[in-house]
Write a protein that binds this ligand. Sequence first.
Ligand code: AMP
Ligand code: MG
Length: 356
Amino acid sequence: METEIVSINRTDTPESIDRKLSRAGEIIKQGGLVAFPTETVYGLGGDALNPQSSRKIYAAKGRPGDNPLIVHIADMEHLGRIVSRIPEKAEKLAEAFWPGPLTMIFEKSKLVPYETTGGLDTVAVRMPSHRLARLFIEKAGGYIAAPSANLSGKPSPTTAKYVIQDMDGRIDMIIDAQGVEIGLESTIVDMTGDIPMILRPGYITQEMLSRAVGETDMDVTIFDSSSAQAPKAPGMKYRHYAPKGELVIVEGEPQKVVRYINEQTAFYRAQGKRTGIIGTDELIADYCADSIKNAGSRNDSRAVARQLYTFLREFDDEGIDYMYAQSFAESFEDRGFGQAVMNRLLKAAGHKVVKV
Ligand code: AMP
Ligand code: MG
């Protein structure tokens, strides 16, 4: 399949944007697939109400069929058609955080095919804030099923370059545009019980949610890799966000972390292996490796989030075998979002943490 790559940038006029997104919307209406930017990561979109489209999404990503898709809407009026009930607390959260990086789980209506929900009676819904994403959803008829636009198991793409790397030849169109500012997937909250339950941490933190609706819970499996319980978001059980090589997180006093990481990279380099490090401003000058990435200040969770998946992808491109990242567990000023960043880093590392 030939994939059309459509750029939208500052030279575009409202008319040319309208024309490009109308075409993208037409592709969706005809059962095709279009990758598009959102404020979190790039999404791989198809018509959420068309079972064939959802099947195509799973095939293009190589995604297991029991891992449900998130339905993206642009208009609050549309929510009522795809869910069977809108709990009062969900209305409050929508008012506080939509459009934005929050996904809520509802009981689904008959309109939503089981192909989209991975066989579940519930449906995940999000209203993105990205301007082009919203226009595109409207042009496509209002309901876009979209997981992240990566091959299953790879880090989510935050630039069109990596969407093209994974999806060229597998889907109809890729929209290349700016505005992927957060860099991590949305917060997912299950609204089907009395107390909203966080299934995946993200930019919208537990504290923010609790301020809007009172008590909230967090799925215990999110931070406890040894939990015998299955995660409530099916997708959280899969190895995710992972680079090809081995990534280890190193926790401890800064100078000890540097010493340990440099010993490890020296050891592997002596064996002809390629090594990489994710560090921060404060320690970056002290590291030795084939590829060193600077995530910015160790206190700034937003900067780390924005760059994390790109670093993991670049390590793959550079053929890095062994990677080290200093832990951010203690350093982030913003504990809530910091948790979300550490959750992705831990998953990328397969929960391999060394304490020095
Ligand atoms: P992705 O868009 O690739 O980040 O994947 C969507 C995430 O949402 C996966 O982790 C899914 O397991 C989760 N998800 C989607 N729908 C549901 C649902 N109905 N119940 C629980 N989790 C869901
Ligand atoms: Mg994903």
